[in-house]
Design a protein around this ligand. Structure first.
Ligand code: PLP
Length: 410
């Protein structure tokens, strides 16, 4: 008999872990997707569930990686990063978001992806019993690590009624008193909602009043369309006094697998984060950081992606509305978030978002990502694989046909 399972830490037996539930949901959908592919090998599955770009990184980014990869001076541990990357990140913040007065050496640090940065921040602040405030739904990494450390997570629902912004006004004092971290993510995955200056001002006031450190996850901040200007948390007066912002090269520059991001803002946060990071990893490969510098200096790469996502949304939202969905084009991200239908004309009633998502997969071969908490919605991503406008139109027409066939009722 193996004793290994008995020695695993108690925290992994805690059924309340959101990440466990989320993992379970994603695994279930993934498994259902694999089953469908096996059972119907000739049927074309349309994957609107993927949360990453459909194209590789720009050829110039790839060229720089291949040039730099073999250079002897790049072979070493990169530790807390190369200064040129920090400088490029500071210039990027200024050029794209108008963020001034950031000291690249004391107020910026690279990370091996936003996920890795988010996983280390609770270690800087959370003692057992301390609280991280997050939104519901939310990218779960900071919440998960808060729980790993014996901390507690308090969720603020993002609902249609609140226009998908958290309501800070109803948090009980007992929660506020124990809260150390606030995690926000705008433009938001999965709702597609964008930040406003007023919202960020409210966040800063709330944080200052309650001595809370803000972590603004701006992984999608540069992906905007229809005249929406990229907005950074750090561009708002007072932001640097209360927190940090995270930018990722994953989504803006089609570099998800490359693992490169940066954290910027309050120097005390950066300082303590740098200690945890130095004891957790040895930095991203210098050649990848150098390719990242090229990316940060060439915003037109992101701009090209934005045009594509916007064009695809125009097509997709039209057909979703025609089918009967309450769908609205987002101004940013590559996600749209739509309430589930009641059921079908033939009598099927959808119990929850997961039920609907599995129905779509089984009956229409369309993959989506469901959320039930706080409201039953599914997320559709426009990062499906298509090489050109004609292919995009073909796929969207196919989605239309398949959805209309389901005879959904709303
Ligand atoms: C809100 C949000 N933050 C962070 C990440 C992870 O970014 P990275 O690839 O830089 O780790 C994702 C990825 O889906 C995300 O949606």
């Amino acid at each position: 008999m193996s004793y290994i399972n008995d020695t695993i830490a108690d925290r992994f037996r805690d059924k309340s872990f959101d990440i466990a539930k989320d993992d379970y949901k994603f695994i279930k959908i993934k498994k259902a997707k694999e089953d469908i592919k096996k059972r119907y090998p000739d049927m074309e599955l349309i994957d609107l569930g993927i949360g990453e770009p459909d194209l590789p990184a720009d050829p110039n980014i790839v060229r720089i990686l291949s040039q730099e990869a073999g250079k002897s001076k790049n072979r070493r541990y990169a530790d807390n990063g190369i200064p040129e990357f920090q400088e490029a990140a500071a210039t990027y913040l200024d050029k794209i978001f108008g963020v001034k007065n950031i000291n690249p050496y004391k107020e910026i640090l690279h990370g091996i992806g936003a996920k890795s940065i988010l996983s280390m921040l609770p270690l800087c602040f959370i003692n057992p019993g301390d609280i991280t405030i997050t939104t519901l739904p939310s990218y779960p990494i900071m919440a998960t690590h808060t729980k790993y450390l014996g901390g507690v997570v308090y969720g603020l629902p993002l609902t249609k009624e609140n226009n998908f912004y958290p309501d800070f006004s109803n948090i009980p004092n007992i929660i506020l008193y124990r809260s150390k971290l606030l995690y926000i993510n705008y433009p938001n995955n999965p709702t597609g909602q964008v930040p406003t200056k007023e919202f960020y001002k409210e966040v800063i006031d709330f944080a200052r009043k309650n001595n809370i450190v803000v972590v603004a996850d701006s992984s999608y901040a540069a992906i905007t369309f229809d005249g929406e200007k990229p907005l950074s948390f750090l561009s708002i007066d007072g932001a640097k006094d209360v927190g940090v912002e995270i930018h990722s090269l994953s989504k803006s520059f089609n570099m998800t697998g490359w693992r490169l991001a940066f954290i910027a803002g309050n120097p005390d946060v950066i300082n303590i984060f740098s200690k945890v990071k130095a004891n957790s990893d040895s930095g991203q490969f210098r050649a990848i950081q150098k390719a990242g510098i090229y990316a940060l200096n060439n915003h037109e790469i992101t701009h090209k992606n934005c045009e594509k996502y916007s064009r695809r949304f125009d097509l997709l939202i039209d057909i979703l509305k025609e089918v009967g969905f309450d769908a609205k084009k987002p101004k940013s991200t590559f996600y749209c978030y739509i309430p589930i239908p009641k059921g079908t004309k033939s009598g099927k009633v959808f119990k929850n978002a997961e039920d609907f998502s599995l129905f779509l997969l089984n009956k229409a071969f369309i993959c989506t990502v469901p959320w039930n908490n706080p409201q039953p919605y599914v997320r559709l991503s426009v990062t499906f694989e298509a090489q050109n406008l004609n292919e995009e139109k073909k796929i969207i027409n196919e989605i239309r046909k398949r959805l209309l066939n389901l005879e959904l009722i709303f």
